[in-house]
Design a protein around this ligand. Structure first.
Ligand code: HEM
Length: 410
């Protein structure tokens, strides 16, 4: 017998970039929750797979981001010389208070429920225009031709990126996701990420110049003005956070729409229910977020020694990886068949947007974009079917879970 053959019970408990994990992480999560819910990986990270510990860590002040220290522990002291890591260290997402509070405070007003609800007509217009261009074709890739265009257009609108600059963003390769995975990157991957970061920095510096000369009603103008004030944000922080908003603003939402459409077509009873009752869309989106989250994990570092977290001691400086996708299927919170898609499930409160001070800024925007995109698609193309429901091609990243393509015809 080949001793390298791994059976389900001998495979490592947490091997997030393995093809089996990427294809279907949920049986692996169940094994983690039931056999070792605070599993420690060979790299020293603790993997919190139950809802109780994952949600506690996100909200507990004894945990923080400690990004620079965390990166040095993982890669060694020279890692902060890599431009892409230096840039990410300025993301609000990677900051602890007080810097996090300052940076988030500069943009939070653009994301209030009211401001986002006001964007609904524009969101509907983009979805309609996208569909107008393809309904006559009889086939499309739901990711590239449909899901991708909406969030990219919306975040370009919000950042004040002129229409004639956008083509390059519509063609972007969406390779940045690897930066977030809990498996160290190779030097070649770091090089590639540096190149992507440099391109983005170069473009956004041009946009800042444009918005300094001709201010608009957009987030870039707002942040450029805050930078000019001198005390509120540095040029490096400005650039890094615009890049964060641009990436966070589309990659995750494309995948919410894609993963949601796949889940619906794998569960024809739920698809039929939603088609017959379009008003169920709001609850259906929460269930899509729970059932197959487009963000699977986010991490925190223990800022002090923790005596007991799910039965384990967490020494100061160690990381806890909160498995959002696993927490979302924890039977302790969802006792009624958590592995089943149920668009009328009551009390769905997925952890997919995180929790605590870093709770996703774009949560409500993402919900409305997905709501409008999926309900309009079902209404305008009721005959649409997926070409391959069983084995669609997933992107090779773990934290950002989404499909490479999802061919469909009608
Ligand atoms: C933070 C998920 C859409 C902007 C987060 C976090 C999660 C998340 C889990 C918290 C990470 C942590 O605690 O470490 C998602 C999902 C989305 C989505 C699942 C779509 C389905 C968006 C959109 C935008 C956005 C549309 C912007 C237009 C941000 C920003 C942060 C963030 C700026 C950092 C907030 C902070 O650190 O205070 N997101 N996101 N996200 N998200 Fe989202």
């Amino acid at each position: 017998m080949n001793e390298h053959v791994q059976t389900a019970s001998t495979a490592p408990l947490f091997d997030p970039l393995s093809p089996e994990f990427i294809r279907d992480p949920y049986p692996h999560y169940e094994r983690l929750r039931t056999t070792d819910p605070m599993h420690q990986t060979p790299l020293g990270n603790f993997v919190a797979s139950r809802h109780a510990e994952a949600s506690l860590v996100l909200r507990d002040k004894r945990f923080g981001k400690d990004y620079v220290e965390r990166s040095i522990r993982r890669y060694g002291p020279k890692i902060m010389e890599e431009p892409v890591f230096r840039s990410m260290s300025h993301w609000m997402l990677q900051q602890d208070p007080p810097d996090h509070t300052r940076l988030r405070g500069l943009v939070v007003k653009a994301f209030t429920a009211r401001r986002v609800e006001d964007m609904r007509p524009r969101i509907q217009q983009i979805v309609d225009q996208t569909l107008d261009a393809i309904v006559g074709q009889g086939q499309m890739d739901l990711i590239e031709d449909f899901a991708f265009r909406l969030p990219v257009t919306i975040i370009c609108d919000m950042l004040g990126i002129p229409e004639d600059h956008r083509e390059v963003f519509y063609k972007s390769s969406r390779d940045g996701g690897r930066l977030l995975d809990p498996v160290p990157m190779t030097p070649a991957e770091i090089e590639q990420a540096n190149a992507g970061n440099l391109m983005a920095q170069t473009y956004f510096q041009q946009l800042f110049e444009l918005r300094r000369k001709s201010p608009g009603d957009d987030l870039t103008t707002q942040l450029v003005q805050a930078e000019e004030d001198g005390s509120k944000l540095s040029n490096e922080e400005l650039t890094a956070n615009i890049i964060l908003l641009f990436g966070a603003g589309h990659e995750t939402t494309v995948n919410l729409i894609g993963n949601g459409l796949l889940a619906l077509h794998r569960n024809p009873d739920q698809l039929a229910l939603l088609k017959a009752n379009p008003a169920l869309i709001t609850n259906a989106i929460e269930e899509f977020l729970r059932y197959d989250s487009s963000v699977q994990l986010t991490g925190r570092v223990a800022l002090e020694d923790i005596d007991d977290l799910g039965g384990k001691k967490i020494p100061k400086g160690e990381s806890v990886l909160c498995l959002l996708g696993s927490a979302n299927r924890d039977p302790a919170v969802y006792p009624d068949r958590p592995d089943r898609l149920d668009i009328v499930r009551p009390n769905v409160r997925p952890l997919s947007f995180g929790g605590g001070i870093h709770f996703c800024l774009g949560a409500q925007l993402a919900r409305i974009e997905a709501e409008v995109a999926i309900s309009t698609l079902l209404r305008r193309l009721p005959e649409l079917r997926l070409d391959d429901v069983e084995n669609p091609e997933w992107r090779p990243t773990f934290v950002l879970r989404g499909l490479k393509r999802l061919p469909a015809s009608w």
